[in-house]
Design a protein around this ligand. Sequence first.
Ligand code: ADP
Ligand code: MG
Length: 612
Amino acid sequence: MSDIIQLLPDSVANQIAAGEVVQRPASAVKELLENAVDAGSTHIQLIIRDAGKSLIQVIDDGIGMSVTDARMSFERHATSKIRSADDLFTLHTMGFRGEALASMAAIAHVELKTKRQEDEVGTSVIIEGAEFVSQDNCVCSKGTSIAIRNLFYNVPARRNFLKSNPVETRHIVDEFTRVALAHPEIAFSFHHNEMQVFDLRFGNLRQRIAAVFGNNYNERLVPVEEETTIVSLSGFVCKPEFAKKNRGEQYFFVNNRFIKDGYLHHAVSAAFENMITKDSYPSYFINLQINPAHIDVNIHPTKTEIKFVDEKSVYAIMRAAVKRALGKFSVTPTLDFDQERSFEIPLEQLDKFPKLPTIKVNPNYNPFKPETVEQASNPTRWNPIIQPVRTEQWHQLHKNLMNIELPIADSKESNTFPVIDELDETCFTQMQLRMIVVTHEHGLLLIDQQMAHEQILYEQNLHNLIHKPAATQQQLFPQNLEFTPHEAMLLKELLTDLRQLGFDINEFGANAFVLHGAPAEVIAGDEKKILQLLMDQYKQNRDVMQLESRNNLALSYARSLAMRKATFLSQREMKHLVTELMNCENPLLNFNGKNILVQIGSDELMNRFNKK
Ligand code: ADP
Ligand code: MG
């Protein structure tokens, strides 16, 4: 038998390497952007079409390439960035493996145009599926343009594996954001399907963060600065009250390259200890400048993980620097309990001896004008919701519930559930502006008012999403609403379902939308705020709880509309709210199984008196 081992042809080797370097359009975007940064550009344009599936183009004004380099750049292990293994320890560039262009050329149609300052004419090179097609002179300005068309056209398995356009676009936006935040000194623009998504002028990091995430970030940022012999830190953390329930705004850059690092993340979180709730994440944008000899960047093929030689010291420095920054700007510890939306009625508190309430006299009180008392002691007003549309089946359930015998929380005896409609308004009392106490013949009902409101809205939203679109109140004058690029991206994903919920909204340019009408529950003027709250919630639920899209939207919208904590309710409003709750398919438990309502039967109450 003859020998059977052969060297793989380059085209095959490149396709295999491509699997490692280019997993999805976003990876190609990252490589091209990093090359443009390495080329010393001051303006970088990113243009994509169909979430990068049909086109990814990066145009820069960097140093460009000579005729020979233009051709060479597509060879495997062709790089201008290292010459010897020693160079690996002094790296100051993004790339160095010389694999990116070769890999992309193996799995796409690639067109390169490039010109150096000193050259009269530029060079264009076309390569398709690792096959060299042509090389010509061309007229172009200084810099480089690389267009990647039909990514994975010859790797159907990969192509079919790609996610929907919104998902792939989100990955691209993430990569773009990382590079843009790492290099505020470079101007970036980003167009998707001919629409401008980002237009970022050069500036400092603070300006860049505001340009990417919105101007309101300006007041959230606390500077972090620290210079030591081991590492220099600079950047910002967001004040504790802006910590989010979802990951996403955690940015470390080592020598201006985005990295992920769980250990360093822990260091920052430790600095925030006791200032934010355990389940929230601080936002940060911190650049570490460190001698390249003290890190090993080679640990991960796509280079988002690195290893510090002296990681314990870096950890300690990071933690101390963030702590000091928070202290210096007298950021006081504020545990934001109002953000804790899944409030439960603390049953164990019922056993404890209650604190005597202090009596506050309201001088405006006039028993004959109920409005005066409400307004005088009225922190926030509840916006009564409109009656949801009910199905047949749902009316049946309601009927059953109104007369049902429900088991009592921690008693073996059962009790008759009151018919809310028949109760006098005086049976409704508010406790601590958060709980409704209903007294009735057979005992007490304790209802978390916010959870109740949320449940009512949640079920109504689900109904609107699945069965029947909500009514829209048309506006006399259409409103233009501007969002940050990140928000706009998500809004586009949710547009169809939002219409179902009663928002008559359409795209109107890059990050702008036009609103012709909104659901009746949304107070005029609050439309943008509600949409923003909704999207924040949506992202949080998607990332933390992995909720399915419609369920998530129904819940997020309910949360953004539901009354805030500490909302004063009149007796009429309480009765209305409890009636609405009883009309729900599930008035007892919220979507993740927490009690909305607790019953205490009169027998159980009487037993308490007889206890020794
Ligand atoms: P690496 O970046 O790891 O060196 P790449 O395959 O990404 O490998 O690029 C190969 C080479 O092509 C680079 O080392 C650089 O010399 C050249 N190159 C790539 N992109 C550009 C660009 N936008 N401007 C100038 N030169 C470039
Ligand atoms: Mg590169």
